[in-house]
Design a protein around this ligand. Structure first.
Ligand SMILES: [Zn+2]
Length: 301
């Protein structure tokens, strides 16, 4: 659950960028959507799920009401009751399928059963098991996206990367910020990897897919974040081990720098699993590599 906080906080920044240029979607009656020519054209088979609840972790306490379901090649898509249009459903399914394939290929990881995506466009009330609005999170390999229709699609690839890593049982031993931090428990090396793949997908997809970086480059945003935070020198907030990487954008920029200048994603994933392999894999200590990355940002961005 800790990722919820992290993603919500990130989204608070990102949604501002998304507010411009996202169009609203007129709702359609469910009968019309079930008979939609647009969905049929895209080969999207929509139906009413046998079970009107999607249960996270197979738990009745973590069940979310669902009205519509689409089986895809890579994911299974659930839509909560709401004012859906077939255009929005098509967009979410197509972006998710493309995004999941992109993330899987980028990581070189297989996912042999569909991941679950639950999309919600109605603000949850206080009794809802996930009173999250304007954000998204992952529990194991199930994802929940909850925001106004006009803000979709966003965050899909970021969360998908978390889900693929969970599916592959990959968890980094990168340190977490200290208990005194407002980011305690965040796993920033993983968050950085999620943000990087989200950013790269947005750059190459033909879909409209806004990210938290707006029109800016990842490295530009990372350098600004470093400077604004005085290189993350506040030990209570960022700790003493690799503090410069204790944010989504700086961790993402660091990983991108490694991949652009020093090695492959397979090399990086070895270090992701065990950061003590940094010197063996990249020939440079973690501290040395961080210094090299910052020098690169200062020189080129
Ligand atoms: Zn995340």
């Amino acid at each position: 659950m800790r990722k919820i906080t992290a993603t919500i906080a990130l989204l608070a920044l990102g949604l501002i960028a998304c507010l411009v240029g996202c169009s609203g979607n007129a709702g359609q009656a469910a009968e019309t959507i079930l008979d939609s020519e647009l969905l049929a054209y895209h080969g999207i088979e929509i139906g009413i799920p046998e079970n009107p609840h999607y249960r996270f972790f197979d738990s009745d306490d973590l069940a979310v009401e669902v009205a519509l379901r689409v089986p895809g090649d890579y994911g299974t898509y659930y839509f909560t009751p709401g004012d859906w249009s077939d255009e929005l459903i098509a967009e979410l399914v197509l972006v998710s399928e493309d995004g999941l394939r992109f993330a899987k290929d980028f990581l070189g990881m297989e996912v042999s059963r569909p991941l679950s995506f639950v999309f919600n466009i109605t603000e949850p009330d206080e009794d809802h098991p996930f009173p999250i609005w304007g954000g998204a999170f992952v529990l194991d390999t199930s994802m929940f996206f909850s925001m106004e229709a006009s803000l979709f699609p966003s965050l899909i690839v970021h969360e998908t990367v978390h889900a693929i890593l969970a599916y592959a049982d990959r968890q980094s031993n990168f340190p977490q910020p200290p208990e005194t931090s407002s980011w305690a428990w965040a796993m920033f090396l993983e968050e950085g990897l999620c943000d990087l793949i989200d950013f790269l997908f947005a750059q190459e997809t033909a879909h409209n897919y806004p990210t938290n970086y707006g029109d800016e480059h990842l490295h530009t945003v990372a350098l600004r974040t470093l400077n604004q935070n005085d290189h993350f020198s506040d030990e209570l907030e960022f700790g003493t081990r690799y503090p410069q990487l204790m944010s989504y954008e700086t961790a993402a920029s660091f990983i991108y720098f490694l991949l652009e200048h020093h090695g492959t994603i397979d090399d990086f994933m070895r270090v992701f699993d065990d950061i003590y392999l940094m010197e063996d894999v990249f020939g440079q200590t973690m501290e040395g590599m961080i210094a090299e990355w910052i020098a690169y940002l200062n020189e080129h961005w």
